[in-house]
Design a protein around this ligand. Structure first.
Ligand SMILES: [Zn+2]
Length: 410
């Protein structure tokens, strides 16, 4: 599956109609949730039935205007939230000793107030033969929009397009096309293996001592992001109606967020692809993203976000190229000597690794990257040598983490 995204070019009144469609999708989703809360033993099928009832209801005439498959998609969204809640409850029960089990309501499906998207399946829209225009044909009659994208939709048949989704962003409306397409690249195996250490100063250092920096343009954009964030906080008035100046600053911040995330994505794709192309095996530290989100330092959270995205693309490209990409636990990769295994304690400011036992002197991150690679090779060996496979060693199939969730990345 791939996703192609295009900006929708239309008039203000057309955008207003899209807003209505988005609101209706949210209305259906919330109604489904309400129905589930009020009744026992509700199934996915019941929600689909509720959709057609809502469409027939004269008190909610707008529901009928939304394409029937789009209505079903909205019900499915509600269902997804409900089933997520059930699965999270099961895993909570599994770890009763864990602190998290105290928050019993965690993951309970919530009503959405500021939904930003509406999803269509195979009907309710029509693509022009040259792939440069789309027309939305359901009851909202949003009409024809020009599609602005760098990638040509004309190469894909309409049958290949599984879904389309309209998304509202800070700088306009976008249409995403989910396209059925298996991508495979010929990989030239060259025997290169690499471990990478993700850092704050350098973006990463590899086990051969090469470093990849955070580019200047990205640092600049991130600095601007911080400024705008401060401006919004300063203009925020607690418990009062917010001023025009506040909303202006808030919009500017949203736009800057979008800019940074696009730049970061482009950079992540470029770096990840280069690394996958030139190596048969890549080992990286498994950074626990859930823990990172709790980190309140902005500089740290920004770099964590780029690492996370980078790693997602690494896995994605490794899968396409048929190469191996393994995460390893980050413990001791910094203090262990990559030459002899001795423990060499370091403070955060110690930039050089100096081993008294074997005399190895290396940059701190380079040493860590070498340890990371060794850990990855060890895991791979354990996996391959274990007769019962992963069930015995507890090592998961290195590529089992699955493809990047494209919908979520939007
Ligand atoms: Zn040593």
């Amino acid at each position: 599956m791939i996703v192609i995204e295009a900006k929708l070019k239309g008039t203000a009144s057309q955008y207003a109609k899209i807003d209505e469609a988005i609101r209706t999708s949210q209305f259906v989703r919330n109604k489904c949730l309400r129905f589930w809360m009020d009744n026992k033993g509700v199934t996915r099928n019941d929600l689909q039935k509720l959709c057609s009832q809502l469409a027939k209801n004269r008190e909610t005439p707008w529901v009928k205007q939304l394409n029937s498959q789009a209505r079903q998609s909205s019900a499915d969204r509600a269902w997804a939230a409900i089933s997520r809640f059930y699965t999270s409850r099961v895993s909570h029960a599994d770890r009763l000793d864990c602190k998290q089990s105290k928050s019993g309501k965690k993951g309970y499906p919530k009503y959405k107030k500021f939904n930003r998207s509406v999803e269509y399946k195979k009907t309710g829209w029509k693509l022009s033969p040259d792939g440069k225009e789309i027309e939305f044909t359901d009851g909202f009659k949003a009409g024809k929009f020009q599609l602005w994208t760098s990638r040509d939709l004309v190469f894909y048949s309409e049958q290949q397009i599984q879904r389309t989704r309209i998304v509202r962003r800070a700088d306009g409306y976008y249409c995403q096309f989910l396209i059925q397409w298996e991508r495979k690249e010929e990989h030239e195996f060259n025997g290169n293996v690499v471990g990478i250490d993700l850092g704050l100063k350098e973006f990463y250092t590899d086990s051969n001592g090469n470093t990849v920096e955070n580019p200047r343009y990205l640092r600049k954009s991130e600095k601007r992001l911080k400024q705008l964030q401060r401006r919004v906080s300063k203009r925020h008035q607690k418990g009062k109606k917010q001023s025009k100046r506040y909303h202006k600053a808030r919009k500017a911040l949203a736009k800057q967020h979008l800019k940074v995330s696009r730049q970061r994505k482009d950079k992540a794709i470029k770096d990840a692809l280069a690394l996958v192309r030139s190596n048969d095996l890549i080992v990286y530290e498994d950074l626990k993203v859930q823990n990172m989100v709790k980190n309140h330092k902005l500089a740290k959270s920004i770099s964590d976000a780029s690492w996370y995205q980078f790693v997602q693309w690494l896995q994605y490209f490794a899968k396409i190229h048929g190469t191996i990409c393994i995460p390893v636990a980050p413990h001791y990769t910094t203090i262990n000597c990559s030459g002899c295994g001795a423990k060499v304690e370091k403070t955060l400011s110690t930039r050089t690794h100096q081993c008294v036992k074997c005399g190895l002197v290396l940059d701190r991150d380079w040493n860590a990257a070498r340890n990371i690679l060794a850990k990855g090779l060890q895991i791979l060996a354990e996996y391959l040598n274990s007769s019962e496979g992963h069930s015995r060693t507890g090592v998961k199939n290195p590529n089992a983490r699955g493809e990047h969730d494209h919908w979520a990345s939007g």
